[in-house]
Design a protein around this ligand. Structure first.
Ligand code: SF4
Ligand code: SF4
Length: 380
């Protein structure tokens, strides 16, 4: 059987997704290849309209004029393993509006975080119920709400109830800065009673108020911290994913930030009855500029700090998700970095073990270390 080029975004046996973003419909979140133009009403698209465009892109991907050339997410697969079918994942990032202005965010840099958006037009409940009506969702599909800040969206509680009724195997994921306390306080009781999976992915990026204000633009470190801990204690999420984006100048790779972050992870892990995860990543500005053809390694200082986060947080049972843009299995440099981070734990464990149990000769003495206690006997 012939092999064809494909990527996880298009292949419904994997991620098979639809990206509803900023007024248009795209095939992926990387080069954002447009399937349906800006101004598309997300509550009016037909099944055929969407799937014909996805299949058209698959044909183009395998032609001389492929818009996906050199994309590091593309690979070859047997045709029988390719399915441009129902959606496994929906990315819903309809607006760019946000209450923060992070230094690494292109919408903050362009000022688009301040834009007003049409809350009725982008009511998430209306969109999900339409996708259900056209029968394009797999039973166990996932939906990611992002933006901008997704807590600004209308229709979230209704969506959770709808999904609980019609898609009990589905997952809703929030990519939120988790600082909009009023909205979060109203959402938590709905999440406590959910019958679907709900995940929170939130970027922390530091461990002090000062750094948070510098990186995220507002003094909301404690607000974010309290909200996450409230959600953890309330059993509001099946997985709380705490992300650390290292800046290229390593200004957030110092001890205060790393130790503060590890402390927060430990507190969340203790309070959260479900999964607590960590994602390590780097600023993606340059990666986006290269059109996803070139990913750089994190600077040495950041990589060393990432190893410390990994050692300390995996030791208390946190999961590590290699889902970053720069630190993921999708690229060569990503795989190298993951290997370095994973190996750092083995090196540390070996050194620690040697410190606890070892027999050596030092300065004409036999030195035994048992359970960390040192016994020294003069050699005969
Ligand atoms: S640009 Fe890359 S991620 Fe997007 S559809 Fe093409 S291969 Fe997939
Ligand atoms: S929280 Fe997200 S959307 Fe808001 S400014 Fe930061 S990166 Fe941009």
């Amino acid at each position: 059987m012939a092999k064809k080029k494909i990527c996880q975004w298009l292949n419904s046996t994997e991620y098979g997704s639809l990206v509803l973003r900023h007024g248009h419909v795209a095939a992926c979140c990387t080069r954002e290849l447009i399937l349906l133009e800006k101004g598309t009403d997300f509550t009016k698209m037909s099944y055929e309209e969407i799937q014909n465009k996805r299949k058209e892109l698959f044909e183009k991907m395998n032609s001389e004029t492929s818009p996906c050339k050199n994309c590091c997410f593309m690979y070859e697969a047997e045709e029988e393993n390719i399915d441009i079918g129902k959606l496994t994942f929906v990315v819903f990032h309809p607006h760019k509006t946000c209450n923060l202005k992070c230094s690494y965010c292109c919408y903050a840099r362009s000022g688009e975080v301040l834009e007003k958006f049409d809350k009725e037009k982008y009511n998430i409940y209306q969109v999900i119920s339409h996708l259900h009506d056209i029968n394009i969702l797999k039973d166990d599909f996932g939906i990611e709400l992002g933006g901008g800040e997704p807590m600004l969206l209308e229709g979230i509680p209704e969506s959770i109830e709808f999904l609980s009724k019609y898609y009990p195997k589905s997952t809703i994921q929030f990519i939120s800065n988790f600082t909009l306390t009023n909205r979060i306080d109203k959402l938590i009781p709905v999440l406590i009673n959910r019958k679907i999976k709900a995940n929170l992915k939130t970027s922390v990026d530091c461990g002090t108020r000062k750094s948070y204000k510098k990186i995220r633009g507002f003094d909301l470190y404690n607000t974010m911290r309290n909200n996450i801990l409230t959600a953890a204690k309330s059993n509001a999420f099946d997985d709380i994913i705490l992300k650390y984006i290292f800046l290229d100048d390593c200004s957030n790779a110092g001890d205060n930030d790393i130790n503060g972050f590890i402390k927060l992870v430990k507190e969340v892990k203790k309070a959260n009855p479900n999964i607590t995860s960590v994602v390590i990543d780097g600023d993606t500005t340059q990666f986006f500029k290269s059109k996803f053809t070139k990913t750089d390694m994190l600077p040495d200082k950041a990589l060393k700090a990432a190893c410390k986060i990994y050692r300390e947080c995996s030791n208390i049972g946190c999961q590590f998700k290699w889902h970053g843009e720069r630190v993921s299995y999708s690229s060569l440099s990503g795989r190298k970095q993951i290997e370095i981070i994973l190996n750092s734990k083995n090196i540390q464990t070996l050194t620690l073990l040697q410190k606890i149990f070892s027999v050596k000769t030092e300065n004409n003495h036999n030195v035994w270390r048992i359970l960390g206690i040192k016994f020294s006997f003069r050699c005969k």
